[in-house]
Write a protein that binds this ligand. Structure first.
Ligand code: ADP
Ligand code: MG
Length: 256
């Protein structure tokens, strides 16, 4: 039995304003889900709650990950349990390369699992990094880039996919960047997900951008609207969205 992320009747408020109003969603290892919906529907709020962002208050409901109460876990414990939540830039330390950052992330994972662990050796890490970059068809020089030297949207996504490949999570949640994804970044995410998906990985891609469905072929598509999952379906729903956009969702479920 694979691990599952189960979101049950989740209600979330920000500054006492209810944003999520009873979200139900289950993502299992081996499944690819797309969570879509117009701007302001609450998609990033969901991602932020799963991340443990302090501004978001769970007022009701539960999130279960692999049988445990996810909301009780610290951010690093969530990651250790096998949940990958986008690329969290570490507090930007000048002079840290992407490779260094990835090695630290891997080592803290190993040390958490076994306090005696001395971490991964540098040669072993280099081999692993190289093989993952080859698999993802990434230029090796990319890992030598400094984290604080302004990555483009596409490069941030590429770094995120590489981090995911290195940490081998069981469930991964990818939220679009605040500015939305440009087409280059979209392609990088889609190709990365396509390469890494498999029976051991569950994926939830969050975006308002219908075009992502030209690149990622999710088995499950969900539409969030006003803090609830208004519709769920398969690839057909994705095709419908591509053709008709969100206007019909507003007409069907809009309260304003
Ligand atoms: P989406 O990602 O679907 O575009 P968001 O989750 O970002 O939607 O936003 C949903 C609603 O919650 C919006 O009305 C937004 O203004 C509000 N919201 C989200 N985060 C915050 C925050 N940190 N402070 C205040 N309001 C917020
Ligand atoms: Mg958002």
């Amino acid at each position: 039995m694979g691990a599952a992320l189960e979101i049950r009747n989740l209600h979330v408020s920000v500054e006492d304003k209810p944003i999520l109003r009873g979200v139900n969603l289950t993502v299992k290892q081996g499944e690819v889900h797309a969570l879509m919906g117009p701007n302001g529907s609450g998609k990033s709020t969901l991602a932020n709650v799963l991340l443990g962002h302090p501004a978001y208050h769970v007022t009701a409901g539960q999130v279960i990950f692999d049988g445990n109460d996810l909301l009780e876990l610290e951010a690093d414990e969530r990651s250790r349990a096998g949940l990958f939540l986008a690329f969290q830039y570490p507090v930007v330390i000048p002079g840290v390369t992407l490779a260094n950052f990835l090695r630290q992330a891997l080592n803290s994972r190993l040390k958490a699992a076994n306090p005696e662990s001395k971490g991964i050796s540098i040669p072993e890490f280099r081999r692993l990094l190289k093989s993952k970059m080859d698999y993802l068809k990434m230029d090796h020089s990319f890992a030598g880039r400094y984290l604080n030297e302004g990555f483009s949207g596409g490069e941030k996504k590429r770094a995120e996919i590489l981090q995911m490949a290195m940490l081998e999570p069981r469930i991964t949640i990818l939220d679009e960047t605040d500015s939305g994804l440009d087409i280059d970044a979209l392609r990088i995410v889609a190709e990365g997900v396509d390469k890494l998906k498999g029976p051991d990985l569950g994926v939830l891609v969050i975006t308002h951008y219908q075009r992502i469905l030209n690149y990622i072929k999710p088995q499950f598509v969900h539409i969030m609207f006003e803090g609830q999952i208004a519709e769920s379906g398969g690839p057909d729903l994705a095709l419908h969205l591509e053709e008709h956009g969100y206007d019909w969702v507003r007409e069907k479920y809009g309260t304003a």
